[in-house]
Design a protein around this ligand. Structure first.
Ligand code: HDD
Length: 723
């Protein structure tokens, strides 16, 4: 490798290296071609991995036994090498996660950007700006199994493991700030209802079925969360373009011993964006790994996903000032009364080396907190604190925290012993406390030991929920009222789609009553679609309240950006390669990712007079990709090329479909004519030519259809102007 290459590699390694990444190196094998050679698990070199040890027989006793001509005889149980290979294979699968089975993960780091949090906590991970805390983040869907598709309508998991100097801290959150249920004891019922139905194991990766809607109809505390998941939040464009929420109420404790309730927020730098439902449905078939590929492509191209980390805090003394219970996970804390304070930044900058040992074996626990961070009496959180550790034992074994991806970067020592697959070897005569040797002594709070906040409690022991936990529709209304007109329209279509997939009239008819408690118009619109009973008056009065931070429009990036957006450039023989290169360079320098799509994956010949050797190589052909996999399209000029495009039904469909999905479509020169005459986009003025300011003469001829995703459209327009 050249010295420039080496220094680039070194810089890249340093940038993407954290203490955790270094820690993982202890367990990483980096095989080179030819080395190491094949061995068994017990280290014996293997001479033949293709043939089971067997009897190769001869036809007669006298005939010589030639391996190549001999007769195949029985395989021998004796073959310890063959047996080991099959044993290991037979046990490759571990139980998939009971929920959130499908996911993908990446490494990164967390830094503190302001000292605001020191008012609330003494945890250095949130207050020490000189620290870089390594993290591992796993994104997931909830309902589908490991092999399901990425772009289903579902909640997305957003689980973050902070490897702090004081131990691991896990935020096991979602991309939606509220939850379906209030009390952990309802979780098995909820999960059974949303998962495939028990009699036929249908459907996969969907909530569009009788049992889910039956359950949520009968459990009205879910109404608020159902609104969120049926909104565009349920179909994110990318894991990198969604928010993350800790959902539950935690607590922070400061150096003076004061306690605040806290909610955690991650806000994506690229803004919050979603797919259209039609796109999501098609991508499910076209590329079921769309989201996981998107994450690794972005990281590998250096477009590191980033989130601002913010907190909302409420002092203990104000706990009961709100009309909702601040420990109820079906409620948001409206930003108007509890503002967000930005305190840090999360960056993902390294893909995993191997999926199973890292992404599949990573295991999170809400109970994993570090000094300065604690729990609240949120009944959902209390149950979660039991459930996660328990599930890791059945999935990974009791020593799961010794696995490389899960082990902390700080020293670990205690008197826990034995169990399946114990790795650590402790050389000591004592494994209990107190002991005569003073080994494994507990640590005081002053020395950094975890000390629970002392809390005064009085009450009766009872199976019940607090009084404010009885209200279920106020915030469902708040959410619906806060959406823009197009977001509401999408919500109506989504619920309409789902309820239409429920065959039992009891289910879809009764859910209309729930909707009518949220909004009269919503209930009527859905009822008409799904053959429900159209209500004649609202189920309850609308509170008319709105809040910021609920509509996705509140999370557009500060400046329009096309960073990491996928742009398809449609070309065929005779295209203007010089112009294409200029536009592509401008798009690429704005950090978009361009793909050339042509009639074949091979060299495509430019127009006469342009010397590009054998041509320009197309990354894909028109049939191997679909418009749904891209954010924008650009069609260069070139008479012959445009004629060919116009005769190709697939290409015409490409552009019409992209237009239908409100994508930016840019064309130059004859490309504009193609849009006008062959694609025939309705109602669009394709002639927005630039005019010379003095002479008013047309100086360029390009058309940009700016119908939808503003960030792409405006940026593409800018870029074309530059080009
Ligand atoms: Fe959970 C996994 C998020 C309620 C029990 N949950 C899991 C994951 C996420 C969440 C992101 C995947 C973690 C990973 O990537 O490995 N869960 C939530 C949120 C909840 C929530 C945001 C509500 C605030 N969960 C919840 C309850 C219970 C569980 C109430 C049980 C009482 N969750 C589990 C689990 C899982 C899990 C069964 C399956 C795999 C795992 O834990 O590690 O224990």
């Amino acid at each position: 490798m050249s010295s420039i290459g080496q220094s680039v590699e070194k810089a890249f390694t340093t940038m993407t290296s954290t203490k955790k990444v270094v820690d993982l190196q202890r367990d990483i094998q980096k095989p080179q071609a030819g080395q190491p050679r094949l061995t068994t698990d017990h280290g014996v070199k293997v001479a033949d991995t293709d043939n089971w040890l067997k009897i190769i027989g001869s036809e007669t006793e006298t005939q010589p036994i030639e391996p190549k001509s001999g007769k195949n005889g029985p395989s021998l149980l004796e073959d310890q090498i063959g047996r080991e290979k099959i044993h290991r294979f037979d046990h490759e699968r571990i139980p998939e996660r009971v929920v959130h089975a499908r996911g993908t993960g990446a490494h990164g780091y967390f830094t503190v950007s302001s000292d605001r949090a020191s008012k609330y906590t003494f945890a250095p991970v949130l207050t020490d700006s000189s620290r870089t805390t390594p993290v591992f983040v796993r994104f997931s869907t909830v309902q589908g199994s490991r092999g399901s598709a990425d772009t289903v309508r579902d909640v997305r998991g957003f689980a973050v493991k902070f490897y702090t100097e004081e131990g691991n801290w896990d935020i096991v959150g979602n991309d939606i700030p509220v939850f379906f249920i209030q009390d952990a004891i309802k979780f098995p019922d909820f999960v059974h209802a949303v998962k495939p139905e028990p009699h036929n194991d249908v459907p996969q990766g969907q909530s569009a079925h009788n049992n889910f809607w039956d359950f949520v109809g009968l459990q009205p505390e879910s109404a608020h969360m159902v609104m969120w998941v049926m909104s565009d939040r349920g179909v994110p464009r990318s894991f990198r373009m969604m928010q993350g929420f800790g959902v539950n109420t935690f607590t922070l404790q400061n150096a003076a011993g004061q306690r605040h309730f806290v909610k955690f927020h991650f806000i994506p730098e690229l803004g919050v964006h979603s797919l259209l439902w039609d796109e999501a449905l098609k991508i499910n078939g076209q590329d079921p790994d769309f989201h996981r590929k998107d994450l690794s492509e972005a990281i590998e191209s250096g477009a590191y996903p980033k989130w601002k980390f913010a907190i909302q805090t409420i002092p203990e003394s104000r706990e009961h000032e709100f009309e909702f219970d601040i420990l109820d996970a079906t409620k948001v804390w409206p930003q108007e009364s509890v503002p967000l304070e930005e305190i840090g930044e999360l960056v993902l900058n390294r893909v995993v080396d191997e999926f199973f040992p890292e992404t599949e074996q990573v295991a999170f626990c809400t109970s994993h907190v570090v000094p300065g961070i604690g729990f609240s009496d949120d009944p959902l959180l209390q149950g979660r604190n039991f459930s996660y550790f328990d599930t890791q034992i059945s999935r990974l074994g009791v020593n799961w925290e010794e696995l490389p991806i899960n082990r902390p970067i700080c020293p670990v020592f205690n008197h826990n012993r034995d169990g399946k697959s114990r790795h650590r070897i402790v050389k000591s005569e004592v494994n209990y406390w107190p002991n005569r040797k003073d080994i494994g002594r507990p640590v005081t709070g002053e020395e950094g030991g975890y000390v629970e906040h002392a809390q005064y409690l009085q009450g009766i022991k009872k199976r019940a929920r607090g009084i404010k936990f009885q209200e279920h529709f106020d915030q469902a209304q708040l959410f619906y009222n806060s959406l823009s007109a197009y977001e509401r329209a999408h919500l109506v279509s989504a619920i309409g789609f789902e309820l239409s997939h429920c065959e039992d009239p009891v289910v879809y008819k009764s859910y209309i009553d729930v909707l009518n408690n949220i909004h009269f118009d919503l209930a009527k619109a859905v009822a008409v679609k799904v053959n429900g009973e159209v209500p004649t008056k609202p189920g309850r009065e609308n509170n008319g309240k709105k809040s910021k931070g609920l509509s996705q429009l509140d999370f557009l990036p500060k400046e329009p950006t096309i960073v990491s957006r996928r742009i398809a450039i449609l070309i065929s023989d005779g295209f203007n390669a010089v112009e294409m290169q200029a536009v592509r360079a401008a798009l690429t320098s704005a950090k978009a990712v361009c793909y050339l799509i042509g009639p074949r994956r091979n060299y495509i010949r430019p127009m006469a007079g342009q010397d590009f050797g054998p041509g320009v190589f197309a990354d894909h052909h028109f049939d191997s990709q679909r418009s749904t996999l891209f954010d924008a399209i650009y069609i260069p000029s070139g008479e012959e090329h445009v004629k060919t495009l116009g005769k190709n039904g697939r290409v015409v469909h490409w552009v019409r479909e992209a237009f239908g999905h409100c994508k930016a479509i840019a064309a130059v020169g004859e490309g504009v004519g193609f849009l006008r005459d062959d694609v025939r986009l309705p109602g669009i003025d394709l002639f927005a030519p630039s005019r010379d300011q003095d002479s008013d003469e047309v100086v360029t001829s390009y058309g940009v259809v700016t119908t939808g995703k503003y960030s792409i459209s405006s940026a593409v327009t800018d870029v074309l102007n530059i080009a």
